[in-house]
Ligand binder design. Structure first.
Ligand code: NI
Ligand code: MN
Length: 229
């Protein structure tokens, strides 16, 4: 599996069989992302919640890639279906299998609305995703979240991810200290921080976060760098 950070909470995951998944495709307005929307050609897009820095460019990506499948919560999937997009709605705890990858929606402690729309429509509960690849490698994308105890009892003890992508930016999510506790509770082999340094208000020191994480190896990829697992 190949993993590439596109800045903020946008990640591209590519299975060994070549299935390309983008989580939270915040491309065009993402100051950290050098790509154009027309540069990305995912097979699957997963949306953790409705906020513009996660919902991102999914509508334009779907227009450019007619075979795209979007996985989101039920409410966001209905919105996307009304735009003519092939969206599948799932809900917390449920999973769906796309080719050889199981995609499960899990909890996040946050809020969710379609904040790019003027009347801020309800966009269901925010979520996180657990991706299980066919070699049983498990990648957890936490979405936007605060610390919550089921990171230990559900995500850590039941699902046991190998890699956890955790927000550390503060203001909207956990800060580095809380995220280091999340890392301890989830107890993955590798931790990758996200949702930081894309805007001045979420400036954080990745090296400082690395020092706080005791039981997992913290990886600090540069934006656009590909890691292989
Ligand atoms: Ni958010
Ligand atoms: Mn966010």
């Amino acid at each position: 599996m190949k993993l590439r950070w596109l800045g903020h909470s946008a990640f591209e995951l590519q299975s060994d069989n070549g299935l390309n998944i983008i989580v939270d495709p915040f491309i065009q307005a993402n100051p950290a992302c050098p790509l154009k929307v027309s540069d990305v050609h995912p097979d699957v897009v997963c949306i953790t919640h409705g906020h513009a820095d996660h919902f991102g460019d999914v509508i334009e990506i779907a227009k450019n890639n007619p075979n795209l499948v979007v996985i989101a919560n039920y409410e966001i999937s209905i919105h996307l279906q009304k735009e003519g997009i092939n969206a599948i709605g799932i809900n917390c705890g449920a999973s769906i299998k796309i080719e050889d990858i199981e995609i499960r929606m899990l909890d996040a402690k946050h809020s969710s609305s379609l904040d790019f729309k003027i009347d801020l429509p309800y966009a269901g509960n925010p979520g996180s995703f657990l991706f299980t690849f066919d070699n049983n490698l498990k990648v957890f994308h936490a979405g936007d979240t605060g610390l919550f105890s089921d990171m230990k009892f559900v995500i850590g003890e039941v699902y046991k991810p190998d890699i956890a992508l955790l927000p550390i930016g503060n203001i909207f999510t956990m800060d580095p200290h809380e995220a280091s506790i999340a890392a301890e509770w989830i107890n993955p082999k590798f931790v990758i921080p996200m949702h930081y340094n894309s805007f001045p208000s979420i400036a954080q020191d990745g090296e400082q976060f690395k020092k706080l994480v005791k039981n997992s190896e913290t990886l600090l990829p540069k934006v656009m760098e590909t890691l292989e697992f």
